[in-house]
Design a protein around this ligand. Structure first.
Ligand code: FAD
Length: 315
């Protein structure tokens, strides 16, 4: 079917986000076939529409007014396992990749247990991670569609410029992730499963049940804290919350007394202060106002600038 016949109009995006918030996309396409990605970009260009990529919608805030342009939802979700390598398309979920890998006694993605709906594409772009690991640790190559050159290219791990919650794909929107090859390690099933269960249990206790988009803010480098507020850095050391050179943004938000703070239907989670939850009928505006309030309070009280981990769409 030609790409133009796959493009739909006025599709509500709230259903595609874990926040359950967001207005309609003016145009919308699900991309499963490889040719449809360049095809969709070409269509957007010819029709003078902007385009946006949507993965699992688990780290995104979409404007209540919707998105003026073409939203490309990645639904390519093939996963193949060859020996220790997992080849996963961008629209496959991280959780499924982890489960299939576990089934083959492959270790290296256990940390991803319990992250709902995140796709490989979204995880690679934001270098998702937890419990001291991140997806970059296992990436061997990434196949991308280069929008400027209008062709697919293969990136090595080095080309991806990974660092904490960062990658070249975040800095340059011309690179769209098509698939990823991860190199895991053979392990013992009982040990892999026990690690998965341990991480799931830990999430059970600290991850809110209400709709959210995961951590709103990036954690803070301890060196940055020391430079900007030595007292807070000392307090973090004494409290034992410095882990791998970072301090959780949630710890600081709680210290600012913001746990439970509510604007409209948006609330700072009581379980984990770095999560904002949609208590009921929250609008994107409620979420954005709460984020801005938290940033202002933390800056005014501690001279610390929080940075969003969540992405905005349609603002
Ligand atoms: C309950 C909960 C727990 C979470 N826990 C964690 C955690 O422990 N660690 C963690 O790191 N994150 C966590 N998250 C956040 C989220 O799951 C991750 O950031 C995830 O990687 C986002 O992937 P996604 O497919 O949902 O991306 P989306 O939210 O759909 O998109 C995020 C960004 O990635 C871009 N993008 C998506 N796919 C592609 C692609 N193929 N090519 C180029 N750009 C693309 C989008 O344009 C957007 O800018 C959690 C979220 C929830 C709701």
């Amino acid at each position: 079917m030609p790409v133009e016949d796959k493009i739909q109009k006025d599709i509500s995006l709230a259903q595609f986000t874990t926040f359950r918030i967001g207005g309609p996309a003016k145009f919308f396409i699900e991309v499963k076939e490889k040719d449809d990605l360049p095809g969709a970009i070409k269509w957007a260009r010819e029709n003078k529409e902007k385009f946006f990529i949507l993965g699992g919608g688990s780290n995104i805030i979409i404007n209540d007014k919707g998105v003026d342009g073409l939203v490309i939802k990645m639904t390519n979700d093939d996963i193949k396992i060859h020996g220790e390598r997992v080849e996963a398309q961008a629209g496959a979920t991280l959780a499924r990749a982890m489960r299939l890998a576990t089934g083959e006694n492959l270790s290296g993605l256990e940390w991803a247990a319990g992250i709902p709906r995140a796709t490989i594409g979204g995880a690679v772009r934001g270098n998702a991670g937890a419990f001291g690991s991140s997806i970059a640790d296992k990436i061997e190559t990434i196949e991308v569609f280069n929008v400027k050159k209008e062709k697919f290219e293969l990136f090595s791990h080095k080309d991806c410029g990974f660092s904490y919650r960062e990658s070249i794909f975040k800095k340059d929107e011309n690179y769209l992730i098509w698939n990823a090859v991860l190199k895991l390690e053979k392990g013992k099933k009982i040990e892999i499963e026990s690690a998965v269960n341990k991480f799931l249990e830990s999430r059970q206790n600290r991850q809110p049940k209400l709709p959210s988009a995961g951590s709103v803010f990036k954690n803070l480098l301890f060196d940055y804290l020391k430079e900007n507020n030595a007292n807070i850095a000392d307090l973090a050391s004494q409290a034992g919350v410095v882990k791998e050179g970072k301090v959780g943004a949630g710890w600081l938000i709680e210290l600012a007394g913001l746990k439970g703070k509510k604007i409209g239907g948006a609330k700072v989670s009581l379980e984990h202060a770095n999560f904002i939850v949609n208590t009921s009928q929250a609008t994107a505006e409620d979420i954005v106002m709460l984020i801005s309030y938290i940033k202002q309070q933390v800056r005014n009280r501690f001279n610390i600038q929080l940075q969003e981990e969540v992405q905005y769409l349609g603002f």
